[in-house]
Design a protein. Structure first.
Length: 132
């Protein structure tokens, strides 16, 4: 694949990755279109503050989407995403597998998303070649 096609794929994947964070943050958590997310938070953190915590998590996910699109410190951003996804999915795998969309199989989708993020930032992204 030539450099321009690789760069185009990288930009497209960046947009799609940001879209995943935005949809999950805004629609699933802040606007509450997926009550299962609030149930997960209530089960893990307790029901008393589940609404507030779910909204705050959603706002953080929206912030992640903005950070991705800003391209500020993209390597750090990719590492933070990977850590968050791995941590969140490990906790959910053991504490609330029955509330996950695909149960314990969710871990496979999380791993796939982690691999997309990793490959997009550390393999696909082409640094400009500087010649002297």
């Amino acid at each position: 694949m030539n450099v321009s096609k690789t760069n185009a794929l990288h930009r497209c994947l960046n947009f799609l990755i940001a879209l995943v964070w935005l949809v999950n943050g805004l629609f699933c958590k802040v606007l509450g279109y997926t009550p299962r997310h609030r149930q997960i938070v209530a089960t893990i953190a307790g029901g008393q503050h589940a609404d507030l915590l779910t909204t705050l998590i959603g706002i953080a996910e929206i912030g992640m989407a903005i950070w991705i699109l800003s391209r500020i410190l993209p390597h750090l951003n990719a590492v933070v995403q990977i850590i968050i996804i791995a941590t969140m999915n490990t906790i959910e795998f053991f504490l609330v597998p029955g509330l996950l969309l695909w149960g314990k199989l969710n871990a496979v989708f999380a791993l796939a998303f982690i691999l997309v993020i990793y490959c997009n930032e550390f393999i696909l992204k082409k640094q400009p070649v500087h010649t002297v």
